[in-house]
Design a protein around this ligand. Structure first.
Ligand code: MCN
Length: 795
């Protein structure tokens, strides 16, 4: 079935309430901490208090003797059991042809600790309190070493003695580049105008509502392990843990990620704690639970962003972009987290053409180790960093040339598709002018000057900021990603199990941790089979029940996971038509299927889907010589390209120059997500993304002490999470250019808000401050920073 026929089916585009919400809102969800296994014991991790230190010794005697303690293990035990370090899932090759530096990432520190929160020992006891008390008794003798925490300091090599890993004495992991440098340099040489900008993309700490948690379990009769874990991709977790770290056969390990209370990327990765619990479960023959407290989450979840960049755009006299060049220093933290290396390269630099026809783009990235928590994918992963840089630069170009923010964008928009960018990606479809036009209308841009005057009358400054983002969802295809360094496939699986009574259970390798898949995937299946949505259940998050899948990240689930289900439904429909043909004594080729009924073309003969389902399982009148009984099909789908959601966001802020306080007064987002399955869920996804993106722009900022490497923003007292009253009511609009290469026509919507919004906010703040002579500042636009730039501009 083609995407345009699909979009016309009932339930597609219907704002159904989420099926899963009854469970969540009535406290009947089953999060990892809700799982209680027999004779469950509890683990606490001893973590490094230092950013960088040599471990002389770890004395666990007192801890082992403490009440209730079942076991205490350290890096030495890990080494003795030949447990490997955590692997990195993406190999980057440096510009000199050398592979990136890939230092060991032990699950418990061996010889050294490299960030505050690094794992030193695991203590297991009968109760959590006993484990906590015993953890206090573990004595670690450290020699503190100099720490390097900022990417600027790492790049400048300015902290003597702060080499984290033996194989990277200069803390440099890789230098990577994309684009034609010669062509870019030539274009700059002939340009009428060059705009330059330095930017910092602030480091963020993901804060899912449910902190990470895991339970390790081992059955010595069957030699099987079970890991319950708050995770976004259980099969990937199992594959990495078994094949790379523990050397176990995959079929002896089951990973179950039941309800997960948010992930935002930070639960894609294989974490040390998960392996420790699985390993220790066998050693102690106990079920062992660990639940991070919020302070631990701040210290040890993989962080996001943390780029320092210099960007330049070459333009002709009419404001057309001729070429762009960018250098970025990326902070990877102390170790390579699972997908860390792909974020500042493949997921970032390839997006830097944006929505524009810039003929040449050259991007160079240096990636550095620092004494901070590992940095990896966080909602948007590379695309927010690209969009922030590009959309800030484009607005600066406009102001440098005396053009408006919309005019410069319109002059450079790509208008014909497919479009091959100079940085590898090929956009299949889009309508960027339509997004801009609709956004300007919804934002009432025409009324801006009047609102600005009204603000001025109150002593306030008003500014408007634009951002026309593009992003790439559903990383694909596997073979090209493999050639670019991916060490994993990027397909998805779907199994459709039709029951004898005609109801359906669908098993998907995608994972839902807040995105509403139980509803939207059911809408897809119900629409195709012509059955009620209530008759479809979606199962995810269990390697024991679901075929091998890649999980959820990169807003891929509906476009890749949904497409796999569509393929399985094609098989179901083809087989069901044969059964229907037999029942109605017609030829297979004459059977039509729509609205839940099979009919013989040109006749009034028809039978319902349920009758075919029953016949498949009660095959009394059945072509058993030609067809197997049953109606149960599995499909794997490997996309041929990314999907490319895009849109224009317009933000209006009011700044109080006396205090620096900034208030987002209006925010308009017009997105193109192709075909929309459930507009209410999509709206919720956009709202959530906007809150995270605007949060980055105004409030959130992870700060480590530059000398000691202590995390200064280690709690909600110091790390400003956005709250509902920080935002106005968002105005949303949609343009629909269906994706051309998946059967649903969908593009991902889960990250767009977080990608497009930060530059819209900062451009708005800068627009408000322009009359004062302020040209630049870095996120977040906290009152202190805004007030400071205003004072500096006055001086
Ligand atoms: N959808 C739709 N029509 C479209 C596109 C999507 O109806 N054209 C629906 C989908 O069916 C799905 C939801 O919108 O129910 C999001 O779909 P999609 O864009 O495919 O994104 P994923 O389901 O793959 O979710 C991943 C994405 C990412 S990468 C992050 S990070 C993120 C996000 O989703 N983390 C989240 N949204 C989140 N929302 C919550 N509540 N919690 C998180 O951790």
């Amino acid at each position: 079935m083609g995407a345009s026929d699909f979009s016309k089916l009932p339930h597609i585009g219907e704002a159904l309430r989420r099926k899963e919400d009854y469970r969540f809102l009535t406290g009947a969800g089953q999060y990892t901490d809700d799982v209680v296994l027999a004779a469950q014991s509890h683990a606490v991790f001893v973590r490094s208090p230092h950013a960088h230190a040599r471990i002389n010794s770890v004395n666990t005697d007192a801890a082992r003797a403490a009440p209730g303690v079942l076991g205490v293990f350290t890096g030495a035990d890990v080494a003795a059991d030949n447990i490997n370090g955590l692997p990195c899932g993406w190999l980057i090759t440096s510009t000199d042809g050398q592979p990136m530096k890939e230092p060991p990432h032990p699950i418990l520190a061996q010889g050294k600790v490299r960030y505050v929160g690094d794992h030193v020992a695991i203590v297991v006891a009968l109760t959590q309190q006993q484990a906590r008390d015993a953890a206090e008794l573990v004595e670690v003798d450290y020699d503190v070493l100099p720490a390097v925490v900022s990417v600027a300091d790492a790049a400048a090599n300015s902290v003597a003695g702060a080499a984290l890993h033996d194989i990277a004495a200069d803390n440099h992991c890789y230098k990577w580049a994309i684009g034609d440098k010669g062509a870019v340099d030539a274009a700059f040489a002939g340009a009428a105008h060059v705009t330059k900008l330095d930017l910092v993309n602030n480091r963020l700490i993901p804060n899912a509502m449910e902190p990470r948690a895991a339970i390790g379990s081992y059955n010595r009769a069957t030699e099987e392990y079970t890991l319950y874990v708050s995770n976004q991709n259980p099969h990937v977790e199992r594959l990495l843990m078994t094949a790379f770290v523990m050397g176990l056969p995959e079929h002896k390990v089951r990973v179950i990620a039941p309800d997960v209370g948010g992930g935002f990327g930070s639960k894609i990765f294989l974490y040390a704690e998960d392996v420790c619990l699985t390993w220790a479960a066998k050693k102690l023959n106990r079920n062992i639970k660990w639940v991070a407290d919020r302070s631990e989450a701040f210290l040890s979840d993989a962080h996001g962003r943390d780029h320092v960049s210099h960007a330049e755009m070459a333009l002709d006299k009419d404001g057309k972009f001729l070429a762009m060049r960018v250098h970025t220093d990326a902070n990877l933290g102390a170790y390579l987290s699972t997908f860390a290396t792909a974020v500042p390269t493949i997921l970032y630099a390839t997006l830097l053409a944006g929505q524009y026809t810039t003929p040449q783009v050259y991007v160079e990235v240096d990636a550095w180790f620092t004494n901070t928590a590992p940095v990896d994918a966080y909602r948007g992963a590379g695309r927010p960093e690209a969009t922030y840089l590009l959309e800030r630069l484009v607005t600066r170009c406009a102001w440098d040339l005396g053009l408006s923010q919309d005019e410069i964008r319109k002059r450079n928009f790509i208008t014909s598709f497919p479009y091959q960018t100079p940085v590898a990606l090929q956009y299949d479809v889009g309508d960027y002018h339509a997004c801009m036009t609709q956004a300007q209308a919804l934002a009432d841009v025409a009324g801006f000057e009047a609102r600005k005057s009204a603000s001025a009358a109150k002593g306030l400054l008003r500014g408007v900021g634009y951002s026309s983002y593009i992003e790439a969802c559903g990383i694909a295809p596997s073979n090209i990603a493999g050639a670019l360094g991916a060490r994993a496939g990027l397909f998805e699986c779907g199994e459709v199990r039709v029951h004898p009574t005609g109801s359906v259970t669908v098993f998907t390798g995608s994972h839902s941790h807040g995105q509403g898949h139980e509803t939207t995937f059911a809408q897809v299946v119900a629409a195709r089979l012509g059955i009620p949505v209530e008759n479809v259940d979606i199962v995810h998050g269990d390697t024991g029940r679901v075929p091998f899948g890649m999980g959820t990240y990169g807003s891929r689930s509906i476009s890749v996971g949904g497409a796999a289900i569509m393929k399985a439904l094609d098989k179901i429909e083809a087989k069901a038509k044969k059964i229907a043909a037999h029942l109605m004594e017609a030829s297979d080729a004459d059977i039509d299927f729509s609205g839940g009924e099979f009919s013989v073309r040109g006749t009034d003969k028809k039978i319902p889907f349920g009758q075919v389902a029953l016949t498949a399982y009660v095959p009394h009148n059945y072509p058993l010589d030609k067809l197997e009984p049953g109606l149960n099909e599995t499909a794997f789908y490997d996309p041929t390209n990314f999907t490319f959601p895009a849109g224009t966001y317009i933000c209006e802020v009011e700044v109080d120059p006396a205090t620096g306080a900034t208030r987002v007064d209006r925010f308009t987002a017009v997105d193109d997500f192709g075909t929309i399955i459930n507009p209410m869920i999509v709206e919720g996804q956009v709202h959530g993304g906007l809150v995270q993106g605007i949060g980055q722009a105004l409030l959130e900022n992870c700060v480590y002490d530059r000398e000691t490497g202590q995390l200064l923003t280690g709690s909600f007292m110091d790390y400003a999470m956005p709250r509902a009253d920080d935002f106005p009511e968002f105005k949303l609009g949609h343009v629909c250019t269906p994706c051309t290469h998946n059967p649903l026509g969908t593009k991902g919507c889960g990250e767009a808000g977080a990608i497009g919004s930060p530059p819209a906010v900062i451009n708005a703040v800068l627009d408000a401050l322009r009359p004062l002579g302020v040209k630049d500042f870095d996120m977040p636009a906290s009152p202190h920073r805004v007030w400071e730039v205003i004072q500096n501009a006055k001086a």
